[in-house]
Design a protein around this ligand. Structure first.
Ligand code: FEO
Length: 411
């Protein structure tokens, strides 16, 4: 098999792989652009594998590893994160290199035993601030619990300022020949998929993520090597800033109207709201159909903007099912710094608006008045109520204008 190894510098080789077969990350988040599993080999007085890949891509990965190792054997294997997209190749590595020393923290080994029954391995247990000399280069470990899992940790090599950041600073999407940030050209799709990755995979743990990112920001980082997405060798400050904005749950000025509609009447209300917001001078309005756009894309847009307006019909005396799914995801992601509007269709019994209002009470959002509920199709007074909701949203956004002037990508 032809291996693809790319020199990052004179002591690190990229040996990761792309995955274009897996349809869903964690079997729930769509991967229209695939995903990369990044792994690196350090060649020093000791050889050290930095993370692994998903088992079903092991053949190409092993080819890369063996090619990069040449005649040498593997001395260390640093396990920054045990989620199986990075760790399921561990038993194979152990069988090929039985004398390799696994490096992880206490929780790493607890999880490895739970997942793979690894007990009798050569191991080095490290803690926060511990170091490991590989010869010319020394790694310092920082525990980054809950970014993404409890055992997550990163390592830093101070001489060249290299941060092996595991999931942190990662994103969905394959590396299409372009391993490095400066090879890509238009970075917007990378930023978009980093936002979707952060919101849905890490977002729930933002408080801890922010603490971890701030801890790392104090290092003299010159290059970031994550386990997903490009290697940031020219613009590490850009992905650091984007992740900081995400973890701080900064709001941009704008509104996401997320609606579901069975026969177009609730959709018409969404369109009216969009027009009324524009007439009020609100910029950055997006109208998203929850039945046609995956919830992970909608939740990502909602994460970035202050305003969110949810609208749905009543279905069998209750909330339209796709909207139930969306609000569950918003709750799960622990959204903050939001101003919420609600509209919906009573149908013959009501239920959608009642459930959305009950859900809103569980969220740390500012709920706007009026909440608009119509009977089957919006008419005169309903349309005026929608206009009033748009006006209330515009005023609310204006009141937050000073703090909401962040631009997620303006770095
Ligand atoms: Fe890429 Fe949390 O695993």
């Amino acid at each position: 098999m032809q291996s693809i190894c790319t020199k990052v510098n004179d002591w690190i080789t990229y040996i990761g792989v792309n995955d274009r077969l897996k349809p869903l990350f964690e079997n729930q988040w769509p991967l229209p652009g695939g995903v990369s599993y990044n792994a690196y080999l350090i060649t020093d007085e000791k050889t050290t594998l930095m993370d692994c890949v998903d088992m079903h891509e092991s053949e190409r990965f092993l080819s890369n590893l063996q090619s990069a190792l040449g005649e040498r054997t593997l001395d260390y294997y640093v396990i920054h994160h045990v989620e199986p997209d990075h760790s399921s190749t561990i038993p194979l590595i152990k069988s090929l290199y039985p004398n390799v020393t696994l490096v992880g923290n206490k929780k790493t080994f607890e999880f490895l035993e739970n997942f793979y029954g690894l007990k009798q391995d050569h191991r080095l247990v490290v803690g926060d601030g511990d170091t490991l000399s590989l010869g010319q280069h020394e790694l310092t470990f920082t525990l980054t619990a809950m970014t993404h899992w409890p055992e997550s940790m990163v390592s830093f090599e101070p001489h060249d300022g290299v941060l092996f950041s595991q999931d942190i600073f990662g994103g969905f999407g394959t590396l299409d020949g372009t391993i490095f940030d400066d090879e890509i050209g238009d970075l917007q799709p990378v930023y978009d998929e980093a936002c979707r990755y952060y919101t849905n995979i890490v977002g729930k743990y933002s408080k801890m993520a922010l603490r971890n990112i701030q801890k790392l920001a104090g290092l003299d980082i010159k290059m970031i090597l994550p386990v997903h997405g490009p290697v940031w060798r020219s613009y590490p400050e850009k992905i650091l800033k984007l992740y900081t904005n995400l973890a701080q749950q900064q709001s941009q000025n704008g509104v996401v109207i997320a609606f579901g509609s069975m026969y177009g009447n609730t959709e018409k209300m969404a369109d009216l709201l969009g027009r009324f917001l524009a007439e009020e001078g609100v910029k950055n309005v997006q109208i998203m159909d929850i039945t046609k756009t995956h919830a992970s894309l909608i939740s990502t847009e909602i994460w970035k903007y202050r305003g969110v307006i949810l609208g749905a019909p009543t279905y069998n005396n209750a909330l339209f099912l796709p909207m139930k799914h969306l609000v569950e995801i918003l709750s799960e992601n622990k959204m903050a710094n939001k101003t919420l509007g609600i509209f919906g269709n009573y149908s013959w019994s009501g239920g959608a608006v009642r459930e959305l209002k009950a859900w809103a009470e569980t969220q740390p959002f500012e709920l706007l008045e009026p909440v608009v509920e119509v009977r089957s199709a919006a008419k005169g007074e309903d349309i005026e109520a929608l206009r009033a909701l748009a006006k209330a949203m515009a005023e609310n956004l204006a009141s937050h204008a000073e703090t909401d002037n962040v631009k997620y990508y303006a770095v």
